[in-house]
Design a protein around this ligand. Structure first.
Ligand code: ADP
Length: 424
């Protein structure tokens, strides 16, 4: 089985170091995604492995042989590179271009034989472009050209394929087709595939492992779960994202929510505690968070959709086990958070016996003189599943001076006024 070892590689452009301390190994049959922000060194890493840019320090070993010692033709028989830029300078037919993939296998005084043509044809059939064989490459669409270049790489019959954003020009249908094909070749033929991806979801679906680069160094390496976690997305890409396992494909999927450049955010002085549940806090929390209020929240059951949002945004939350009643301990922790808040907002949440303590906590805040805002969209009778207990507590809220509003905008305007008065 083919082996690729990257040993302590440092790479420079002129005097600028762009790769540092790169160490990893891959074996045949592994599909590895290379991820990282723009300029993190992904293309440079592929160039270094593909014998295009010699590292100043370290070695690239293909089956224990340094690729920079191997003859160029020998490397070309083993390593195929599919670059990002698929422009073709001369007028070639698609078949001519794919046949060029056979060059390393053809002797200096020989021309391509039937076997070379058969392999090229097969590569073109696999990539669904045999019908384009006689077409001039310069006339093809970006997606068609990309498939021709991938077919040329396949015709090379390599042991290692290096692909720089292999599907960037392909529509969703061809993306899946191409990735399925590459994955199949990787497994059946024992190929090593290293591919740069910008699309996390595509990477998560097809790669066995991933390497995350940041500023020329490996920031994380390993399984997709380990590499594509919320912390890394936040730290390296500055995005808040939901990362979950898809129930159907069981691959991870990533939904970026917002960019988060901490240095540009100036939080407000007011701390607001939000009491919500059952998804009734989602837009409220988003709005307040967008307006840079310091938020806390609780008590929320883990798995509640409100919990998802607050944990994604990194908002401190008092949590309870899924589907469990609020314990005395969580209730106390919630009251503690309320003590540190200048305002409490209760969302339009339904009440059962499990979360009734949240309503008691809101009353406690009111009794301490904390500004308490209640979003009251749906009549409480329709969301009281406690046989009237919640309604009674709601009456208490009204009597004790909670501010009842109908929507988030109203909450925001009250908080903005409060911020201008006491937030300073
Ligand atoms: P990525 O593929 O992750 O976007 P690259 O490997 O293309 O990153 O680039 C890594 C760093 O090297 C960047 O800072 C980029 O500006 C620099 N760089 C890339 N190519 C060259 C070059 N030919 N000459 C000088 N610097 C380069």
């Amino acid at each position: 089985m083919v082996k690729l070892n990257i040993n302590d590689v440092d790479c420079f452009y002129g005097s600028v170091k762009v790769l540092e301390n790169i160490v990893f190994s891959v074996e045949g049959g592994e599909f590895v995604g290379i991820l990282g922000p723009n300029g993190s060194g992904k293309t440079t890493l592929l160039k270094t492995i593909g014998r295009i840019l010699k590292p100043q320090i370290g070695t690239i070993l293909l089956d224990d042989i340094d690729v920079y010692i191997m003859k160029a033709m020998e490397v070309a028989k083993n390593i195929a590179v599919v670059p990002q830029d698929t422009s073709v300078a001369f007028d070639f037919t698609a078949l001519d271009l794919v046949l060029m993939g056979r060059n390393p296998h053809i002797g200096f005084f020989e021309t391509e034989n039937e076997k070379d043509i058969a392999i090229s044809k097969k590569s073109m059939e696999l990539t669904n472009i045999w019908n384009l064989a006689d077409r001039n490459v310069s006339e093809l669409s970006g997606g068609e050209k990309q498939r021709v270049i991938i077919a040329r790489a396949l015709a090379q019959d390599p042991k290692v394929m290096l692909l720089d954003e292999p599907t960037s020009h392909l529509d969703i249908n061809y993306q899946i087709e191409m990735m399925d094909l590459l994955k199949e070749l990787c497994k059946k033929e024992g190929l090593i595939i290293l591919a740069v991806f910008h699309d996390f979801n595509l990477a998560a679906r097809y790669c066995d492992s991933a390497i995350l680069l940041s500023k020329g160094k490996i920031a994380s390496i390993g399984s997709l779960d380990a590499v594509l976690n919320k912390e890394n997305l936040q730290k390296i890409f500055h995005v808040n994202a939901i990362v979950k396992q898809h129930p159907l494909t069981s691959s991870l999927y990533v939904v970026p929510l917002s960019t988060s450049k901490p240095e540009t955010v100036r939080p407000k002085n007011l701390t607001v505690h939000v009491v919500c549940g059952g998804g009734t806090g989602v837009s409220l929390i988003r709005t307040l968070s967008k307006h840079n209020y310091r938020l806390t929240t609780g008590v929320l059951n883990v798995l509640d959709s409100d919990y998802d949002v607050v944990s994604t945004l990194g908002i401190p939350v008092v949590s309870e086990a899924p589907f469990s009643e609020i314990t005395e301990e969580s209730h106390r922790a919630n009251l503690n958070k309320i003590d540190n808040a200048k305002a409490v907002v209760l969302s339009n949440t339904p009440f059962g016996y499990g979360n009734l303590k949240n309503l008691e906590a809101v009353i406690a805040s009111l009794e301490k003189g904390v500004t308490t805002i209640v979003v009251d969209k749906t009549p409480i009778q329709e969301r009281d599943f406690t046989g009237g207990k919640a309604q009674a507590l709601y009456m208490e809220l009204k009597d004790k001076g909670a501010i009842f509003v109908k929507n988030c905008d109203h909450v925001l305007s009250i908080l903005d006024t409060l911020e201008s008065k006491i937030g300073k």
